[in-house]
Ligand binder design. Sequence first.
Ligand code: WTA
Length: 571
Amino acid sequence: MKVETLSAVKGDYNLKNYEETYATFDWKDVEKEFSWYETGRVNIAYEAIDRHALGGKADKIALYYRDADRQETYTFRQMMEFTNKAGNVLRNAANVVKGDRVFVFMPRSPELYFVVLGALKLGAIVGPLFEAFMEGAVRDRLEDSGAKVIVTTPQLLERVPVKELPLLETVIVVGDNVKEEGQIIDFKKRMAEASSELDIEWVDREDGSLLHYTSGSTGKPKGVLHVHNAMIQQYQTAKWVLDLKDDDIYWCTADPGWVTGTSYGIFGPWLNGVTNVIVGGRFKPETWYQTIQDLKVTVWYSAPTAFRMLMGAGDEIIKKYDLSSLRHILSVGEPLNPEVIRWGHKVFGLRIHDNWWMTETGAQLISNYPCMDIRPGSMGKPIPGVKAAIVDDQGNELPPLRMGNLAIKKGWPSMMRQIWRNPEKYESYFIGDWYVSGDSAYMDEDGYFWFQGRVDDVIMTSGERVGPFEVESKLVEHPAVAEAGVIGKPDPVRGEIIKAFIALRAGYQPSEELKEEIRQFVKTGLAAHAAPREIEFRDKLPKTRSGKIMRRVLKAWELDLPTGDLSTMED
Ligand code: WTA
């Protein structure tokens, strides 16, 4: 097997020597970085905002907010005041106390962040919801969690089935001229009246902070509960992986309805006192490049789908912008195709650094670091303080190059602590001391981890094991292919055959010739057995809001089966 290696670029990075740090690091050493280490008073929102506002960074810009209508800037002092006000509104108008579930269901806006942090300051558990959720998805989550309060906008209010949720006491609406009646509270009016000083609720490090609902391969979405203690790992990985430094302008493109948008859209940067960029509105290549240029973004964290869409939009657009402020680019959420890394290098002059983690893990676990050689297509190596391995179904560690379950030794600081009201489901993640991710992967002889697919997605065709990602990656290298999703389609002779769903790039027309050309391209570029026997062109592929192609939905289309829960699907 020929492995492409890009040797590390020299620079003054936070993580200087991966091997050395891996060998010596202890999470205990990070605890000293927080004010609770001295005071004993714990609250993740205090550490993210107030500590900086009170500790010499009061006038430093904490937040650049941008969307089509608003361009706003907030210092750490202002963030402290507004999150305090939001906390007071939740406490006084909605009687929120520690442990209550408070949901936010709104598009990105500064108010969303005030509410999330304000609720955390009260010790409440915050459940962020994608604005794209329809009524059923909202109901499932509020019902399952027993939510007491939801904060939403006038536009989304009709998707909140208030009458069907007996435990939901208060609906806070963020909009203009909201009429207060029944359970409805006018956020802006209350904010204007609220005090900017707040009695913070000090909590235990093991108290709940975030409740992220996420879908598994089956069944209803489940509530993944995180705790304040996660700050330790979010803080430290933002140093090692994002390489955040004091003068960085950092932009994470993820919505807080997804874990990347909280762990690294809120906590990673702000726990480090770094200036955070938040952009609302829909994806548009021009807006994105404009953001980087105007705000002089230095560190940029996004996802493969976004990079592929930018790639699809063409390199001509890029030339219109000055993107020279960028110094570090990262990707998460799905496999980062080597082709995308090559493209990134060509157009930005930088490598895109892949890293792996999950909603359940709360923070990054496997990563490529700027100080380490990159093997395009690999997720990298476990972060210091974390042991990763490939295990079989009994939890036995497998040797290098054997494919199996990607597993993590339990006990890392940001690990989920509960599946809400579902201890059985929680237990099902573990085999002995291993947290088993549900991803299949292998480790190479040098300790790099290579993603192969979700365990349930791996294709067996004529006795050959084929990871759909490998095929998809090859497919998107073809100039006509914008996106590809690959599934195993049951076949009486071969077990499964490979079927590819393909969305074409602009300017290409579907045809039988093109299908054959693409098939040959994979055959010659990857392997004959990996070439899709069937290809179907579609205008769009089903994707989650976080950009993952939903192979499960492709499979359901193919087999004429029910598609199951679609609440995390992009509109
Ligand atoms: C996938 C996202 C390949 C994986 C933070 C995992 C990845 C699931 C990568 C979690 C990566 C995440 N390469 N696959 N670098 N990162 N995944 O919960 O299947 O939305 O189990 O969290 O995304 O998705 P989630």
